[in-house]
Ligand binder design. Structure first.
Ligand code: GLC
Length: 427
């Protein structure tokens, strides 16, 4: 059985290969997505290491002059996706979206180096300045006051697009009269009850309009934009990725980079504390303009272990919360706490389980000494695929496959788990 799923996973990755980069799934997502490609590289490493590196390298073909690696690169115009390049107005070649996504690449690059040979080291070295520029962009543009807490300017930047975490920031947005009519394409592919509502979409586009109209001036967007929140997923992935980048800097004997990264790391551990919510018993999202904390645990909260965030007491509390939540689910880890209002077991990021989040959560739990929880989560991740196929996400109560089919990152993570690819030990 395991063998059969590996073959299918490999076939899916090959079928979604567009020559140097993969699409997440044909139809629904016809372009290159940033963190999808980082996870895809992990899957490719199971059968083609050169192709794994290509996947990482192509992410940076869309890198902006200021260092940002955008969340979508629009190489071939495909009208089946909305909002496309004209709505974003990036004025870059290739065209892209105007914000980023969780910076997973350095984590995978370090892992490739540590499990590889001199060729891996060479490819990582070539990518290193690009990675430094991108991480630098996060620390500069998304944390201009150097607090150690990075913000996001759109829920899409978190990668957890429709999570109730963003409701507080979304409610503050006024939809302008001149937003204009548009035709969503996502609901042509996936049932509406698994996708965001129409009003949510109007707000998404209001944020894009602001960015486009100020020429994607990120200083201005941070200061005056319609949405500014902090996300435990971005914060913890960046913390983890900074540590992995530090290990690479060490390998390349790059002292200047080492000093820069050490500053980032020291600050971020401090900044992460602004996400701790005692009442919820975990790290949660924060509305940056008011300082309000969300009151529920998500799968992003569980990345604290992976990011190396929190005190021993905080991590113990989080592990306890993880146990309680897993007891309520047939398959972990849900994207929203089932004990909280707002839990929807089938709707995009409001309850369902994602393989990529699980891979990171399990890696962190293992490193923190919670092998029982890590094993449960890895087991569930593979069981979901065996029961339902390689879907985009899954119902935590029934295991039903939801969203797009034949999904690249679901296939990649299944291969990674099959081959026991875990992130390298924390630095
Ligand atoms: C959705 C997800 C996002 C992902 C993209 C492509 O927008 O929320 O995280 O990158 O799909 O798979």
């Amino acid at each position: 059985m395991t063998h059969a799923t590996s073959e299918t996973a490999t076939a899916i990755m090959r079928a979604n290969d567009r020559g140097g980069y993969t699409v997440p799934t044909a139809g629904l997502y016809p372009y290159q997505w940033n963190w999808d490609s980082a996870f895809a590289a992990l899957g490719f490493a199971a059968f083609d290491r050169d192709r794994a590196w290509r996947e990482l390298e192509t992410i940076f073909e869309g890198q902006w002059a200021d260092g940002m690696a955008p969340h979508i690169i629009f190489r071939n115009h495909d009208p089946s996706y909305f909002p496309g390049p004209d709505i974003w107005g990036s004025n870059t070649e290739p065209p892209s979206s105007g914000h980023s996504q969780p910076p997973v690449v350095a984590i995978v690059a370090r892992w490739l180096v540590e499990t590889g040979d001199r060729e891996d080291l060479r490819r990582a070295h070539a990518l290193f300045p690009r990675l430094m520029a991108w991480h630098g962009w996060w620390h500069r543009e998304r944390d201009p006051d150097e607090t150690g807490l990075v913000a996001i300017i759109h829920p899409w930047e978190s990668g957890r697009d429709n999570c109730p975490d963003w409701d507080a920031g979304m409610e503050r947005i006024t939809i302008p009269d001149d937003l204009g009519a548009y035709h969503r394409r996502d609901t042509d592919w996936v049932a509406a009850d698994q996708r965001p509502t129409h009003e949510t979409y109007d707000r998404y586009l209001t944020m894009v309009k602001f960015g486009r109209e100020c020429g994607w001036d990120h200083k201005r967007i941070y200061r005056d934009g319609p949405f500014l929140m902090a996300d435990p997923c971005v914060q913890f992935v960046l913390m983890r990725a900074d540590r992995d980048l530090a290990v690479l800097a060490e390998r390349f004997e790059d002292d200047a980079a080492r000093r820069t990264i050490a500053d980032w790391i020291a600050r971020d551990a401090e900044g992460a504390q602004a996400l701790w919510n005692d009442a919820a018993g975990g790290f949660v999202a924060r509305e940056m303009r008011t300082g309000a904390l969300v009151d529920a645990i998500t799968n992003a909260s569980m990345l604290a272990f992976f990011g190396g965030a929190g005190t021993r007491a905080q991590q113990a509390e989080l592990a306890d919360q993880a146990r309680q939540i897993l007891d309520l689910c047939r398959f972990g880890f849900p994207s929203w706490d089932p004990r909280r209002p707002g839990f929807e077991q089938r709707r995009y990021w409001r309850g369902p389980v994602w393989s990529v989040m699980n891979w990171m959560i399990a890696g962190g739990l293992d490193a923190a000494g919670h092998a029982d929880l890590a094993t449960r989560i890895r087991h569930d991740t593979r069981a979901l695929v065996r029961q339902s196929g390689f879907f985009e996400y899954f119902d935590p109560l029934t295991g039903d496959g939801l969203g797009g089919p034949d999904f690249t990152w679901t296939a990649a993570i299944d291969l990674a788990l099959e081959h026991e690819f875990g992130a390298a030990a924390a630095a």
